[in-house]
Design a protein around this ligand. Structure first.
Ligand code: ADP
Ligand code: MG
Length: 244
């Protein structure tokens, strides 16, 4: 079923100055798969996502999106349109309504007609349960609602994969659930997702596979059952024990 690689990362390396942040990272994300990355902070998780989204240039290694080597792509914007990104701090434009935040990529990047863009944006806001909030500004929304706008905005571009970088870690605890629910629905609808998170309940119940990253390396990867019940690596065991 989920055996067509959509994203392939091969021996990815990145250093900032003399600090090696990614030390040779390789993995695949299959079409329709939800893969979760866990690991301590400072481990290179955000840098990894930034490399995939071409916000950061890796020093070495390859990133393939389907059959395209995107680390050598000439048109970065074209590649970015195929990869959705959901930020920890939402990344919304505060001077634009929820609707306009979702529309803007459609009109500016995809050059879509305004009426059609509005229709598409509303459809995505409906999907995340925010149709009634369409005309509110970010300042009038809760953190959970803001992040759902962030997800609607990513979805509106019809990406092939969505990357989530700690999408709930800026939220008050009582608002985390509504965002995770939207993400769970998305995963079940067959969206391909790569999610960095500390939400172990989500990782355990929604992901197809979990990657444990530490200090620039993938220490271990496997099914949630295996990783949580029977981790092979002592480092994985220690990390998971610390959380529970
Ligand atoms: P994580 O997301 O796992 O917490 P990051 O990828 O954000 O880890 O960061 C990994 C390391 O790389 C950290 O030590 C961080 O300070 C460093 N780093 C990240 N981005 C930059 C940058 N643009 N310039 C210099 N150092 C950076
Ligand atoms: Mg990070």
């Amino acid at each position: 079923m989920k055996n067509n690689p959509l994203l392939r990362i091969i021996n990815l390396k990145k250093r900032f100055g003399d600090k090696e942040v990614l030390k040779g990272v390789s993995f695949e994300v299959m079409e329709g798969e939800t893969k979760v990355i866990i690991g301590p902070s400072g481990t290179g998780k955000s840098t990894l996502l930034a490399c995939i989204n071409q916000l950061v240039n890796p020093d070495d290694g390859e990133i393939w999106l389907k059959d395209e080597l995107i680390t050598q792509a000439k048109d970065i914007n074209k590649i970015r349109q195929r990869i959705g990104f959901v930020f920890q701090d939402f990344g919304l434009f505060n001077h634009l309504t929820a609707l306009r935040n979702v529309m803007i990529g459609l009109t500016k990047v995809k050059k879509m007609d305004k009426d059609l863009a509005r229709e598409k944006a509303l459809e995505q806001l409906r999907k995340v349960g925010l149709e009634r909030e369409a005309n509110l500004y970010p300042a009038q929304l809760s953190g959970g609602q803001k992040q759902r706008v962030g997800i609607a905005r990513a979805l509106a571009m019809e990406p092939e994969i969505i990357l989530f970088d700690e999408p709930t870690s800026a939220l008050d605890p009582e608002l985390i659930g509504e965002v995770l629910r939207v993400m769970k629905d998305l995963a079940e609808s067959g969206m391909t997702m790569l999610v960095v998170t500390h939400e172990m309940g989500f990782a355990r119940s929604v992901s197809d596979e979990i990657i444990f990253m530490e200090n620039g390396y993938i220490v271990e990867q496997g099914s949630p059952e295996k990783l949580f019940k029977n981790p092979e690596n002592e480092r994985t065991r220690q990390f998971l024990n610390k959380l529970s």
